[in-house]
Design a protein around this ligand. Structure first.
Ligand code: SAM
Length: 309
């Protein structure tokens, strides 16, 4: 068995015991087993495991829990997407990462899987903040971050309300999609709908820009049809005056269970007086992950675009 499978078995066994004994969910059991490890109530025999091995094992255990008791907001960003986002963060911050650290914010951090995948990829070069409204998910994120020793400050709150977060170099976020129920809060946003309820994913984009430094970058996983909805005109107008679209990357369809769930990566730069817009927006499609040749052509295209920027 590979190391991450051994760690998964360890967590799985404890979570199943907890689930059976106390009538809790399997996901509660995963959380409990991570807390037992951190409180040294159980022996952790994986000190030599890498941060990625531990993250992957916890990811699989959480996925199992999410499948058992499905809740609409219990969604985790899979590795494939996290690694792609991390690759783009690396490309946009190549110079800063050579000499120092960057600050990241994920305002919808969920289980932390996306943020921690990026942090593990850029090991030692990122300090981060995460926001999440769901109590169970943010505790899973906190325990995972502690176990793999990644420096993340987490806030349990609605990210669309006031946040005490200093402007960051970059935002990474798998946007929650749908209507935002708190209309009293929504009215403070330029992207508040003129009629009816506002889109949470639009407000998240605006809020993320509010918390990004001038010239900083934002890496969003967006619904593939973001620019086709009836509220998208306002989004376009808003983006035009506050951000520069750097790239729109289509993701392979086979990563998603249905057309309605397809996502793309949108990369924005917060405008700054001292900087200029990119000459050309990178529009590209990630080929199927199994097609090695097409994949290396995709990365080549990104490099060529980067050099021409
Ligand atoms: N990247 C996350 C991960 O790897 O687990 C998954 C993000 S999931 C697509 C979107 C998350 O946004 C969910 O965890 C949901 O609970 C959270 N969310 C939705 N509305 C929110 C709000 N107003 N403030 C903070 N978090 C919110």
């Amino acid at each position: 068995m590979e190391k991450f499978e051994q760690i998964f078995s360890f967590i799985n066994e404890k979570a199943e015991k907890y689930e059976k004994a106390d009538g809790h969910s399997f996901l509660d059991g995963v959380l409990q087993s991570l807390e037992d490890v951190l409180d040294e109530k159980v022996q952790w025999a994986f000190q030599d495991a890498s941060k990625e091995e531990v993250r992957k094992a916890i990811q699989i255990a959480i996925l199992k829990g999410m499948r058992k008791t499905s809740q609409p907001n219990h969604q985790m960003t899979p590795d494939t997407l996290g690694l792609l986002v991390g690759y783009f963060v690396e490309q946009f911050f190549t110079e800063q990462l050579k000499t120092g650290q960057i600050s990241l914010l994920d305002p919808a951090v969920g289980t932390g899987n996306l943020l921690l995948t990026v942090m593990n990829l850029l090991e030692g070069k990122v300090s981060a903040t995460g926001i999440e409204v769901d109590d169970l998910l943010i505790r899973l994120a906190a325990d995972t971050a502690e176990l793999i020793e990644q420096p993340v400050v987490l806030y349990h709150q609605d990210a669309l309300q006031k946040m005490l977060v200093d402007p960051v170099d970059a935002v990474v976020c798998d946007l929650p999609v749908g209507y935002y129920p708190n209309e009293e809060v929504a009215v403070d946003y330029e992207l508040c709908a003129h009629e009816g309820m506002s889109y949470a994913h639009h407000l998240f984009i605006e809020q993320s820009l509010n918390h990004t430094k001038e010239g900083g970058y934002l890496f969003f996983l967006i619904p593939a049809n973001l620019f086709e909805s009836e509220q998208s005109k306002d989004l376009h107008k808003f983006l035009k005056k506050s951000a520069w679209i750097q790239a729109v990357i289509q993701l392979p369809e086979n990563l998603f269970s249905a057309k309605a769930h397809e996502k793309s990566i949108l990369i924005l730069q917060k405008q700054a007086k001292t900087l200029r817009a990119p000459r050309e927006v990178l529009l590209a499609k990630v080929p199927s992950m199994s097609n090695k040749e097409a994949l290396s052509m995709f990365f080549e295209k990104v490099q060529m675009w980067k050099e021409s920027k």
